[in-house]
Design a protein around this ligand. Structure first.
Ligand code: SF4
Length: 347
């Protein structure tokens, strides 16, 4: 999902409406209330800092901002690097790198390119609705495969279905990791917290489609939100559905609330669940992370459920820097048709 230490290639050069490389700002009737700022990017590959704990070293993000509009989104603060705000601007002012495929192709053709795995969906969602308009992903996948570069994709977008045949074919040449993010099983809560995303049912169907295409499909159950989605019954039901859909593993992470996400999240609570505000303030205090005791409690709650449903860690939703599948994951050719029993882990 979203990583704090990624600022992206042009962050410092895109100050609000004076964005460097801005070609035009577009509104269309199919995307009411959304403005696309089409820019010519100078680079497509973003290098993840060496100090980062993330397993991948390179990312590609065709978009900045995300109309999926998840209230808890970890990527919201990155919009502030563009002199846009982390709230409504993040959801409605989407920066589009219109030349991302051409620039990527050029970067991958350099003799110095080391063919380390490239992760998509680590900052904003590459299959958000705008991808239906711009259709960058087929070109990105083809460019990565042509340069023999492993790739992984994490998304909430059912538009991924459009490219499954291409991705299955790509997996014959390079390691391909696929992950679907599904944090909330209850549709009413999902609509309230992630108003621009496909329903949980649609995402379960997407997991099935990924597996039917012969690809691995890890599921990110993240973030788990205290008193909203951390009940044993809710987690049990979600893990059961995810396993039944054929997921090859899960990653479960508790909510964190960094920078401007915290006041945005608390404003959402004030509106939808005022009864929880004081409890959250007490749990998170002045920090961004749930206390160690909560993480341990959640771990103890999740582990047996993950094991009971025959799920394991990760499940192929991402690759490490060398393009190999981390422990608990396996390449598509070896992935069994049903969920794999592996060492469950919360991380
Ligand atoms: S889909 Fe991902 S990037 Fe988009 S708003 Fe939700 S959490 Fe953020």
């Amino acid at each position: 999902m979203r990583w704090d230490d990624q600022r992206g290639d042009d962050d410092a050069a895109l100050p609000g409406l004076g964005m460097r490389g801005l070609v035009r700002s577009v509104r269309t009737p199919e995307f009411a209330g959304i403005t696309f700022h089409e820019v010519l990017a100078r680079s497509a590959l973003n290098k993840v800092p060496e100090a980062s704990a993330m397993p991948f070293r390179w990312t590609v993000n065709p978009f900045r901002g995300c109309t999926h509009a998840c209230v808890y989104c970890f990527a919201r603060p990155t919009h502030e690097y563009l002199d846009l705000d982390a709230g409504r601007d993040f959801e409605t002012q989407v920066v589009v790198k219109t030349n991302v495929v051409e620039v990527l192709r050029a970067e991958l053709s350099r003799a110095s390119w080391g063919r380390q795995a490239v992760a998509l969906g680590t900052n904003t969602d590459p299959y958000q609705r705008a991808e239906g308009r711009y259709a960058f992903m087929p070109g990105i996948v083809e460019a990565l495969v042509a340069s023999r570069t492993p790739l992984s994709i994490l998304t909430k977008g059912t538009l991924l279905r459009r490219d499954l045949a291409l991705l299955a074919s790509a997996a014959e040449h390079v390691p391909v990791g696929i992950g679907v993010s599904l944090a909330i099983g209850d549709e009413a809560l999902q609509q309230a917290m992630e108003p621009g995303t496909p329903t949980p049912r649609a995402r379960l169907d997407l997991i099935r489609a990924v597996r039917d295409a012969g690809l691995p499909c890890g599921v990110m159950i993240a973030p788990v939100m205290p008193w909203l989605t951390d009940g044993r019954d809710e987690l049990d039901a979600l893990l059961s559905q995810v396993a039944e859909a054929g997921a090859t593993g899960v990653t479960v992470l508790p909510l964190h609330l960094r920078g401007p996400v915290k006041p945005l999240y608390y404003a959402w609570l004030e509106e939808h669940r005022p009864d929880l505000v004081a409890r959250y303030r007490s749990l998170y205090g002045s920090g961004a992370y749930a206390p160690r005791e909560y993480v341990r409690w959640l771990d103890e709650r999740v582990r047996p459920l993950v094991a009971r449903h025959g799920l394991g860690r990760g499940g192929g939703h991402r690759l490490d820097a060398e393009g190999t599948y981390p422990e608990g994951s396996m390449p598509p050719a070896q992935a069994p048709p049903v969920a794999t029993v592996l060492q469950p882990a919360l991380f």
